[in-house]
Design a protein around this ligand. Sequence first.
Ligand SMILES: Cc1cc2nc3c(=O)[nH]c(=O)nc-3n(C[C@H](O)[C@H](O)[C@H](O)COP(=O)(O)O)c2cc1C
Length: 170
Amino acid sequence: MTALDEPTAEVTAAEFRDAIGHFATGVTIVTSIGADGEPVGTTASAVTSLSLDPPLVLVCFDRASLTLHAVRTHGAFVVNVLAAPQRHLSANFARRGLAAAWDGVRHRPGPTGSPRLDGVLAALECTVEDSIPGGDHEIVVGRVHAIETDGKDAAPLLYWRGAYGSLGEA
Ligand SMILES: Cc1cc2nc3c(=O)[nH]c(=O)nc-3n(C[C@H](O)[C@H](O)[C@H](O)COP(=O)(O)O)c2cc1C
């Protein structure tokens, strides 16, 4: 038996979630447009800068995500990077399916039609460049066509070990 054939130590989902939760992230709302023309969005922390030239980001979507389905159909999405006071938006858009309420969520369409949320630290407007299976998730690679930053040096919303935080908090 070679090293490659040897069974790896089994890790439960709970153990994996707990361990990877030690990796602090920012929080984004990834928005797009559904087949009915209505805005959709999901809270996403599995978002990474991928390439500078060309400018690419990747987002890891749960295969069951309705936002993922909209992104596939619409072919474009916006990564909205949340500021510390926007934790309520993270909770709102973490509700499964189309339960996320858009009432009271101020937004406007960007060049691809996907919603840009007001008050975010940055909005990255993307078209779908590629889509790769990743276990129970799908990795969507987005090509960044337009960006907007708030330029106010506001604090970011952070997520760490299952709880929200911000820079400077103990
Ligand atoms: C802080 C936080 C980060 C999350 N990150 C992701 C993520 O990166 N990818 C994902 O698919 N779901 C993520 N979720 C869960 C989704 O937001 C949640 O399943 C949502 O209901 C999906 O909505 P949709 O089916 O309308 O797209 C996250 C939730 C929270 C609270």
